[in-house]
Design a protein around this ligand. Structure first.
Ligand code: C5P
Length: 225
């Protein structure tokens, strides 16, 4: 079956408090986004079509980085949208009509081959493969944001959702068409909105999403480990 990955890096990354978008920050001397693309490429070699979603204004900069770093892994570049959902939709428009597609955050460069392959296998067998981990901390639900009125919840009833999230192409395309009036923060929610159940793949804690400055230190340490 044809395989795709859509790597979304179309956001503004305001939480990083850096002039350089987080996908271009250097991890062991190389842009974060290149690490992420390499992880997928190494899992399937040429048996995978790679689509990278970047804000239009960053396309030329990214191309110049690829030249500078002699980065030769073949990929299509498409434009990001206002929301993450818009960015994923743009990526979906750039791929064929059937096969399996992984949707992955560009700022998760630590994803490993085993988890990638398990998520694809899950989508082949069950229609979806959504990578999650169990929470390590205790959790509280916020009842009132202003007064910070909270209540403890049973952590055993929760999972932390990561990416990749992998689906059959025709099913996720049609799910996005019927979800255009909603604002979901991940693709599993879009898929589930059609009434289909999600199949979970338990992933790894080191698949961090680089969001705030200390995440870069952690990612460097993990890469060195
Ligand atoms: O905002 P959040 O941390 O959920 O972003 C997760 C991923 O989605 C990031 O890789 C970010 O670049 C991407 N994104 C996007 N287009 C947007 C917003 C976020 O591709 N409009």
């Amino acid at each position: 079956m044809k395989k795709y990955v859509i790597i979304v890096a179309g956001g503004s990354g305001s939480r990083m408090r850096s002039d350089v978008p987080k996908q271009f920050l250097k991890l062991k001397g190389k842009p974060v986004l290149m690490h992420t693309i390499e992880r997928f490429y190494k899992a399937f070699d040429n048996d995978l079509e790679i689509v990278v979603v970047l804000p239009q204004a960053q396309h030329n900069y990214w191309k110049s980085l690829c030249v500078e770093f002699e980065f030769n892994i073949s990929h299509k570049i498409v434009s990001g949208g206002v929301t993450r959902m818009n960015s994923v939709e743009n990526g979906l428009m750039a791929i064929g009509e059937d096969g399996i597609v992984a949707i992955h955050d560009g700022v998760r460069p630590m994803i490993n081959e085993k988890v990638i392959k398990e998520a694809f296998s899950s989508a082949e067998v069950y229609g979806s493969g959504v990578v999650c981990v169990y929470p390590k901390d205790s959790l509280r639900v916020i009842k009132n944001h202003e007064s910070l009125l909270t209540q403890s919840v049973n952590r055993a009833e929760y999972l932390i959702v990561q990416t990749p999230q992998v689906f059959r192409v025709e099913q996720i395309k049609s799910a996005f068409k019927s979800a255009s009036n909603y604002e979901f923060t991940d693709d599993a929610s879009v898929y589930e909105n059609t009434g289909k159940a999600i199949n979970i793949v338990i992933g790894d804690y080191d698949n961090i999403k680089i969001t705030t400055p200390e995440d870069m230190l952690l990612a460097e340490a993990l890469l060195n480990g």
